[in-house]
Design a protein. Structure first.
Length: 125
């Protein structure tokens, strides 16, 4: 497959990958939360529903912003900015900013997706 065809679906694939990583990191074979997240992201990849895409991306944005605030709250507990604080800041910023960026791309994609002529013909029929 061509990379340009897969590029618009990169946020969904990365969210699906993050769900699988979370599932394996928990070490549970039956993890209801991971199963629900996996099914939701798989459904989004297969059906590309605009409303669920906007909801998923909005939730990702809000979670990313919440985690960013939690990161700064945790950093304020350090008396000095030592190597542990630097590791926390680097890892936390990488996670939070990647989540916010992916969610923003996904939100923009589903917000700007309008009806093409193919979809208009299906609506008129």
């Amino acid at each position: 497959m061509n990379l340009k065809k897969l590029l618009p679906y990169l946020p969904e694939f990365l969210f699906l990958d993050a769900t699988i990583i979370y599932w394996f990191a928990e070490g549970l074979v039956f993890n209801p939360l991971a199963i629900i997240l996996f099914v939701i992201m798989l459904q989004q990849l297969l059906f590309r529903a605009k409303v669920s895409g906007l909801i998923i991306s909005s939730a990702g944005l809000l979670i990313g912003l919440y985690l960013l605030l939690a990161l700064f709250s945790e950093l304020s507990e350090f008396a000095t900015f030592n190597s542990q604080a630097q590791e926390l800041l680097a890892g936390g910023l990488a996670l939070c900013l990647s989540l916010i960026t992916l969610s923003s791309f996904m939100f923009k994609k589903y917000l700007s997706s309008d009806f093409s002529s193919k979809n208009l013909k299906a609506i008129k029929a």
